[in-house]
Ligand binder design. Structure first.
Ligand code: GLV
Length: 388
C-alpha cells in the first residue's frame, strides 16, 4: 500500500486507476486553463507568519457553516460525474464526509441520485442545482431534495452555458463511456474500475435520466446543458428559485463585488466565491485573489465561502485567515475517490485536516474560528490593480 501524505499522491493514483476521460474531466479547466492554474498558484503567493513560544494545546478545527456544525470548515463541493470516478462514487464520498463531520454537496449532474445518497447516509447532505428553464423539473428537484432531507440548496450561477474544456471534446466524454477504439484501449488498462462498474446499476445521470423531459442524449453532459440551461437567467429568477426551495440557500459562482451585494440583498445564507474551478470563464481572477474585495463589500452581511484552488489544509487556512467562513474541496476529494474509493476520500480529508491543524499551531493559533489576516504575509499587490 503506498504511503499517502498529500493530495498530489492521491492524484497520481487517481490518474493510474480511472479511465482517462473521467480523470481529464476532473483535472481540466476551460480554454487555456489560465484561471485553473492561477487558482492554485495564487494560493502559493501567500506566505505564513511563523510564531513561537505560544501555547498550542487544546487546538480545535471545529466550526460552523450556515449554522451547521462542521469538524472543519471544509465542505465537499458539488462535482459532476463523481460516480464515474469510481462505482457508486457519490454514495462513497457522502459516507466519508458524514463520518468525518463535514458537509457533502451532491451535484445535479451526479450518477447516484438524491434518493440513492439519502438511502445510504444517515445525516442531511446539501444538494446543488443549476438554473434550468424547466420549472416543473426544478420544482421536482427541490421537492426530491426536501423529501431526502437535504439541509441546504447550493444554486450554481456561473454555468448557464458551459465553458469549453478541450479534453472532454477530444475524449468524447459521456456517462457511461461509449465504446470506441481509444476508450476500449484505455479501459483495458483500468480493468479493476470496469469490474466495479459492472457490479453497480448506477452508471447514468441518476437525477436526470427518467426525470427530465426532452433530453436528446442522456449520456452527454454537453448536450443536456445546451438544451436545458436557462440563458435568460437574471436576479429575479434567482429570487424565484430561492422561494421555490424555501430553505437555506448558498449562491455559488460569485466573483465580483457587485454580484456579491446583489446575492446578499436577496437574503442568501451564504455565497461561494468561485470561478467553478477554472472551468467556466478562462481569464477570470482566481478565487483567492477575488476574495478580499468581496469580503469588503459584503463580509458583514452574508457568510462568505470560497472554492476553487484548494489542494491542501494550508490553502484552507489561508482562505479562512483572509476572512472566508467556509471552504470547499472538489478535485482534492475526487482524487481520493478515484484513487481508493471511500477510503481515499477519508484520506483526503485527513490529509487536509492534518495540514490545517499543524499549520494553525505553527502560526501560533489554537482555534480555526479565530484565524485572521495577522497570520498571513500577503504580497502588497496581491489583489492587483486592474483597470476596466
Ligand atoms: C459542471 O458543473 C462542470 O463543471 O462540469
Amino acid at each position: 500500500m503506498p504511503v499517502i501524505t498529500t493530495i498530489a499522491d492521491l492524484k497520481r493514483l487517481h490518474k493510474r486507476r480511472t479511465p482517462k476521460m473521467f480523470y481529464d474531466y476532473a483535472e481540466s479547466g476551460s480554454w487555456t486553463e489560465q484561471t485553473f492554474r492561477e487558482n492554485t498558484s495564487d494560493f502559493d503567493q501567500i506566505r505564513l507568519r511563523q510564531r513561537i513560544a505560544v501555547d498550542m494545546t487544546n487546538r480545535t478545527t471545529a466550526s460552523q457553516m450556515i449554522g451547521q456544525d462542521v469538524a472543519m470548515p471544509v465542505a465537499l463541493a458539488p462535482v459532476g460525474l463523481t460516480g464515474m470516478q469510481c462505482a457508486d462514487g457519490e454514495i462513497k464520498a457522502a459516507r466519508a464526509a458524514e463520518k468525518f463531520g463535514v458537509p457533502f454537496t451532491l451535484s445535479t449532474m451526479s450518477i447516484c441520485s438524491i434518493e440513492d445518497v439519502a438511502e445510504h447516509t444517515t445525516k442531511p447532505f446539501w444538494f446543488q442545482v443549476y438554473t434550468l428553464k424547466d420549472d416543473d423539473f426544478m420544482q421536482r428537484l427541490f421537492d426530491r431534495a426536501r423529501d431526502a432531507g437535504c439541509s441546504a440548496m447550493v444554486i450554481t450561477l456561473d454555468l448557464q452555458i458551459m465553458g469549453q474544456r478541450h479534453k472532454d471534446l477530444k475524449n468524447g466524454l459521456s456517462a457511461p463511456p461509449k465504446f470506441t477504439l481509444a476508450s476500449m484501449a484505455d479501459l483495458a488498462t483500468k480493468w479493476p474500475w470496469g469490474i466495479e462498474m459492472l457490479q453497480t446499476k448506477r452508471r447514468f445521470f441518476g437525477n436526470i435520466v427518467g426525470h427530465a423531459k426532452g433530453v436528446s442524449d442522456p449520456s452527454s453532459l454537453a448536450s443536456w446543458t445546451a438544451e436545458a440551461f436557462d440563458h435568460a437567467l437574471d436576479w429575479d429568477r434567482v429570487a424565484q428559485l430561492m422561494k421555490m426551495w424555501g430553505g437555506p440557500v448558498i449562491l455559488k459562482g460569485i466573483l465580483d463585488a457587485d454580484d456579491a451585494r446583489k446575492a446578499a440583498e436577496l437574503g442568501a445564507d451564504a455565497i461561494i466565491v468561485s470561478n467553478h474551478g477554472g472551468r467556466q470563464l478562462d481569464g477570470a481572477l482566481s478565487s483567492i485573489r477575488a476574495l478580499p474585495a468581496i469580503l469588503d463589500a459584503v463580509g458583514d452581511k452574508v457568510e462568505v465561502h470560497l472554492d476553487s484552488g484548494i489542494r491542501s489544509g494550508q490553502d484552507v487556512l489561508k482562505a479562512l485567515a483572509m476572512g472566508a467562513k467556509g471552504t470547499y474541496i472538489g478535485r482534492a476529494f475526487v482524487n481520493g475517490l478515484g484513487a481508493m474509493g471511500e477510503k481515499g476520500v477519508t484520506t483526503a480529508l485527513e490529509v487536509i485536516h492534518k495540514e490545517l491543524d499543524t499549520t494553525m499551531a505553527l502560526c501560533g493559533r489554537r482555534d480555526v474560528k479565530t484565524l485572521d489576516r495577522d497570520i498571513l504575509l500577503v504580497p502588497e499587490d496581491f489583489e492587483g490593480r486592474w483597470c476596466s
